[in-house]
Design a protein around this ligand. Structure first.
Ligand code: ZN
Ligand code: ZN
Length: 131
């Protein structure tokens, strides 16, 4: 059984990742805030080839190279997919077991919500992290 697996609220979309994540990050950018409908996007990043998705995923581009994927029926946001880099982020709220998440850094903290207090000791980057 895949360690990282999950799906949307209504169950129409399911996914599983058969590999170790590339990284695990919390993004505070405005685009993530909008598309998730929450203060930040805690996401686990995988290679696109390592994630199997079943079900009716609708997509919207939030930037020219970044597609967000959500359930066409219930709207749960699950994916942020960057084709050119071959990577896909998975929202931790959609995991069957969200406690698997092990955040490594905070990114785009320049647009962090003021009431979100970061005291976890993790590195923080105002914008994109260094490559
Ligand atoms: Zn759904
Ligand atoms: Zn973001």
């Amino acid at each position: 059984m895949a360690r990282y697996q999950g799906g949307c609220l209504c169950g129409a979309v399911r996914y599983r990742a058969e590999a170790t994540p590339i990284n695990e990050r919390i993004c505070h950018c405005r685009l993530c805030q909008k598309v998730i409908g929450a203060a930040f996007n805690a996401r686990v990043l995988f290679r696109i080839d390592d994630v199997v998705v079943d079900g009716p995923v609708a997509t919207v581009n939030t930037s020219p190279d970044l597609k967000r994927g959500f359930c066409a029926a219930c709207g749960t946001t699950m994916f942020s997919r960057r084709e050119s880099a071959g990577i896909i982020g998975v929202t931790t709220g959609s995991l069957d077991d969200p406690t698997l998440f092990r955040p490594q850094i905070h990114i785009w903290t320049a647009s962090k919500q003021p009431w979100v207090v970061l005291d976890d000791g993790l590195p923080q980057y105002e914008g994109a992290p260094p490559a």
